[in-house]
Design a protein around this ligand. Structure first.
Ligand code: URA
Length: 422
């Protein structure tokens, strides 16, 4: 077998055989297939697609590239959630302790932000002392003792995906449904969760810009999970505007704490509860009441124990930015659009995100929203507050926000998109 014949097959719109897929994924993980060869193959897959058999085999080969975790010693059913990524998507933070408070074990292996989308680990690292890197034994012990753990995936889990994802990120080959589906599902299946709820984002701030593409991604991932014995369901949710009122690391932790304290923005609460219900259903805990666990403080209690178990101080003040810049509403009327992608790029440029994997992030940087689509605004009132420790970034962030919002005449009828689309 050789890489060039595999690349040619896909370049010429052929179907890759099981043997070709097993060989190329394994040889790439071992370093026998070069980055430039794999990037040519990834581009051929992006352009010419893969059928369900090819995607299933590719996923299985990525799982086989590393270890599989085993949660069978736990007394509770396991339930995990994965979001395909968005702007202001802090849902994992309140959701994991909430679902644990309702009786499930939540092994939440999470990632870092790259580009305009935020990462759960970057957000949690704004809590003084909190550690993302746990050994498998530590992860299992937090999961067993607290009921929820949010940590980085170990190096041994789907190493083929780690290598391939980094390569796709720098070769314009992220947005391929077969590659996204196999990347996400290989990690989730190798992680060993019994059930999985997928939050597939649709809109300007998401990888999937149209509902048709999101549906295809969702059904591909549900099929992969189901075939591997993981009870998998998917929600398609809106990512045309940021979730909640914040995009940025510490800013989003603060907002998540409001949700855990029984308050917080309506869209964040709605999506947290919708995903919690699906996770509890999939885990066989149909009688649990997540709204009650938010209201009575039991979810907050799990949060505090979960943060402390990973070295964090749940009572420590969160970092605040050294400099702020207010963007005023340009006119009086109804805010009809506040673009998720543009806000995400602004937060990234303020220092909340990174351009390269190894870059540091600023804990306090980001964008605070003072209005959401559908709200009435008055000319000159604060629409956004930009936060950073490095004020020379303001001009570059403001460029990203040029054309990011529309205000229609006062009294214009406008119905914002629902949070859960399907
Ligand atoms: N998240 C992943 O883990 N992989 C992808 O390919 C896209 C989003």
């Amino acid at each position: 077998m050789d890489a060039i014949s595999v690349i040619r097959t896909k370049r010429d719109r052929g179907e890759l055989s099981d043997e070709q897929i097993d060989w190329v994924v394994d040889a790439y993980t071992r370093g026998e297939v070069a980055d430039e060869q794999m990037s040519a193959l990834a581009m051929a897959i992006l352009l010419n697609g893969m059928n369900r058999r090819e995607i299933a085999r590719w996923t299985a080969a990525m799982i086989a590239s590393g270890e599989r975790m085993d949660f069978s010693s736990l007394s509770r059913p396991t339930a995990d959630k994965h979001s395909t990524g968005g702007v202001g998507d802090k849902i994992t933070l309140p959701l994991a302790p909430l679902v644990a408070a309702c009786g499930a074990a939540v092994p939440q292996l999470s990632g870092r932000g790259l580009g305009h989308t935020g990462g759960t680990l970057d957000k949690l690292e704004s809590i003084p002392g909190w550690r993302a890197l746990l050994t498998n034994e530590e992860m299992l012990s937090v999961l067993d003792g607290v009921g929820a753990v949010i940590c980085a995936a170990g190096d041994g889990l789907a190493p083929a995906d780690k290598k391939l994802y980094a390569l796709r990120d720098v070769t314009g080959t992220v947005e391929a449904i077969p590659l996204i589906a196999s990347s996400i599902m290989s990690k989730k299946i190798a992680e060993g969760t019994g059930s999985l709820v997928l939050d597939v984002k649709v809109g300007s701030g998401a990888f999937m810009k149209t509902i048709e593409d999101a549906r295809e991604l969702a059904s591909t991932m549900v099929g992969l999970g189901t075939d591997h014995g993981v009870r998998t369901v998917a929600l398609l949710t809106d990512m045309s505007t940021p979730l909640g009122l914040t995009a940025g690391n510490a800013l989003e932790v603060r907002e998540s704490l409001e949700v855990l304290a029984g308050g917080g923005p309506a869209d964040v609460v709605e999506l947290t509860l919708a995903l919690a219900r699906e996770m509890l259903d999939a885990a066989g805990l149909k009688d649990a009441d997540p709204a009650k666990a938010l209201a009575d403080g039991s979810a907050m209690d799990v949060w505090r124990r979960m943060i402390a178990a990973q070295g964090g101080d749940p009572d420590a003040p969160l970092p605040t930015s050294r400099e702020q810049h207010v963007v005023p509403a340009p006119a009086s009327g109804v805010l009809t659009r506040l673009d998720a992608y543009d806000v995400g790029v602004a937060a990234w440029r303020l220092g909340a995100g990174r351009a390269r994997k190894e870059d540091p992030v600023q804990a306090a940087a980001g964008v605070e929203l003072h209005a959401k689509p559908g709200d009435t605004v008055t000319a000159g009132q604060p629409l956004l507050t930009l936060h950073t420790d490095t004020p020379e970034r303001f001009a570059y962030a403001l460029q990203a926000l040029d054309g990011a919002y529309d205000v229609a005449a006062p009294g214009t009828e406008f119905t914002p998109s629902p949070v859960v689309l399907e």
